[in-house]
Design a protein around this ligand. Structure first.
Ligand SMILES: Cc1ncc(COP(=O)(O)O)c(C=O)c1O
Length: 407
C-alpha cells in the first residue's frame, strides 16, 4: 500500500479510528476538558494546579499519607540505600529485602499465611485471577468490578476458562450462575470489596455463604476498602468479621498506602503457585524501593493511628449528608466516596469546569467510562481534609447545582 493510500479516511488503515475520535478535542476547545491536568505541587487536601491552590476532592489518598513526613522520609532513606529502580522483576533481580519485609507485615496485618507484591494493583488483579482460573474452570464476578478484573476475565477466557458476570450486588443472580456451573466444576467468585465508582460495599456475608453452599473460592479486591473500612482499616472481610472465610484479598498501595504497587494475601500453597506462574509478576519490573518503603511506613501508621480511618468516614459523611439535604442524587454512594449523579454529559463537564474555576478538583465520569444517563461527578475524601475544605465543597456544589438546575 502506498503512503498516499494510508492518509486520513482510508478505512483499511488500522489508525483511521483515531481520526474519528473528536470528543477530547471538542471539550478542549470549549474549555471543559476534565482530564490530565498536571499538578505542580501536592500537599494532600490542597494541590497546586495551573498556578492556583485548589481543594483536592478527587484523590484516593484516603488517609492523606502522601504528605506525611514519616512516609516521605522513609521513601528518601530507601532511595539512598537501594537507588531509584529495581531494574528487574521480582522473579529475578528485583526482590529487595524491603519487599520481603512488607510481605511479612501484610501477612501479619491480614492474618494470612502468605503475601505477594506486584508492581501495581491493576497487575495484581489481572495477574492473580488469570493465573488461577484455567481451562473449563469458572470465574464468576460482579458486573461492576474494576477494569483490571474485567481484563483478568478476558485473559482467563482466552485460556478457555468459563466467565460469568452477575448483576451488580445481585445475590439471586450469583446463586443462579453458581448453580448452573455444575457441582463438580472448580469456581472462583470475585468482587470488589468497595466499588470504586460508588463506594458501595459488596454483600460479603451472602457471597461467603453462597460460596460455601456451592463449593466455590472467594477473592475480594479491596483497593478502596483498605484504610477505609474494617478494624484498623483492614478492609471488607474485617468489616463483616469474615477474615477466615475470604480465601484471598488483593489490594493496592496507590490509595490508603500513599504509594504505588499491589499485593495479594492468601494460603501459602496458592501464593507459591501464583509466584511461579503469573506472567504479570514474572515479566514486569518490581515496585521501587521508595514505593515499598512508603507503603511500609503507611502500614505502620495505619496500625498505630486508627483515628485516621474514623476521621476519613466522618469527613465523607459530612459532605454526603449535606449534599443529600440539598437535593443532589448521590445514588447509593457510601464509605469515602460521594458520587453525584448529573445524568447529562454536557452538564457534567460544565459543572466540573465551574468547580475547577472556583478552586475544587473533582472527577468527571462521562462516556465511555459510564453509560449515557449515568454521567456523574465522583468526589472522594481524606482524613486530612479540614472542616473548612468540606464546607467550601458543599457551598460550591450548592451554588453551581442551583445555577445549572441540577437541584
Ligand atoms: C477496585 C480496584 N482494583 C484495582 C485498582 C488498580 O490499582 P492500581 O492503581 O494500583 O493499579 C483500582 C484502581 O483504581 C481499583 O479501584
Amino acid at each position: 500500500m502506498g503512503a498516499e493510500q494510508l492518509k486520513h479516511g482510508n478505512r483499511t488503515d488500522i489508525f483511521s479510528k483515531c481520526d474519528d475520535y473528536k470528543l477530547a478535542e471538542e471539550y478542549k476547545a470549549k474549555g471543559y476538558y476534565p482530564y490530565f491536568h498536571p499538578l505542580d505541587e501536592n500537599e494532600g487536601p490542597v494541590v497546586s494546579i495551573e498556578g492556583r491552590d485548589m481543594i483536592m476532592a478527587g484523590s484516593n489518598n484516603y488517609l492523606g499519607l502522601t504528605a506525611d513526613s514519616r512516609v516521605k522520609e522513609a521513601a528518601i532513606r530507601a532511595v539512598k540505600k537501594f537507588g531509584t529502580s529495581c531494574s528487574g522483576s521480582r522473579y529475578l533481580t528485583g526482590t529487595l529485602s524491603l519487599h520481603v519485609e512488607l510481605e511479612e507485615k501484610l501477612c501479619d496485618f491480614f492474618q494470612k499465611e502468605a503475601a505477594l507484591i506486584f508492581s501495581t494493583g491493576y497487575l495484581t488483579g489481572q495477574g492473580v485471577i488469570s493465573t488461577l482460573v484455567q481451562r473449563n474452570e469458572y470465574l464468576i464476578m460482579d458486573r461492576d468490578n474494576h477494569a483490571c478484573l474485567v481484563v483478568a476475565a478476558a485473559v482467563a477466557r482466552s485460556g478457555l476458562a468459563k466467565v460469568e458476570r452477575f448483576r451488580h450486588n445481585d445475590m439471586n443472580h450469583l446463586e443462579i450462575l453458581l448453580k448452573n456451573s455444575g457441582e463438580e466444576s472448580p469456581k472462583l467468585i470475585v468482587s470488589d470489596g468497595v466499588f470504586s465508582v460508588s463506594g458501595v460495599i459488596c454483600k460479603l456475608p451472602e457471597i461467603v455463604s453462597l460460596a460455601k453452599k456451592y463449593n466455590a473460592r472467594v477473592l475480594i479486591d479491596d483497593a478502596h476498602a483498605i484504610g477505609v473500612i474494617g478494624k484498623y482499616g483492614k478492609g471488607t472481610a474485617s468489616e463483616f468479621g469474615l477474615e477466615k472465610e475470604v480465601d484471598m484479598t488483593i489490594g493496592t498501595f496507590s490509595k490508603s498506602f500513599a504509594s504505588l504497587g499491589g499485593f495479594v494475601v492468601g494460603e501459602k500453597r496458592v501464593i507459591e503457585y501464583v509466584k511461579h506462574n503469573s506472567p504479570a509478576l514474572i515479566f514486569s519490573a518490581s515496585p521501587t524501593a521508595s514505593s515499598i518503603a512508603a507503603a511500609i511506613a503507611s502500614l505502620d501508621i495505619m496500625k498505630k493511628e486508627p483515628e485516621l480511618v474514623t476521621q476519613l468516614i466522618k469527613n465523607a459523611e459530612f459532605v454526603r449528608t449535606n449534599l443529600k439535604q440539598l437535593g443532589f442524587n448521590l445514588m447509593d454512594s457510601r464509605t469515602a466516596i460521594v458520587s453525584v449523579l448529573i445524568g447529562d454529559q454536557e452538564k457534567t463537564v460544565i459543572f466540573w469546569r465551574k468547580l475547577f474555576d472556583a478552586g475544587i478538583y473533582v472527577n468527571a465520569f462521562i462516556r465511555p467510562g459510564v453509560m449515557p444517563g449515568q454521567e456523574m461527578l465522583r468526589t472522594s475524601y481524606m482524613s486530612t481534609h479540614k472542616q473548612e475544605h468540606l464546607e467550601k465543597i458543599v457551598e460550591l456544589f450548592a451554588k453551581i447545582g442551583k445555577e445549572l438546575g441540577v437541584i
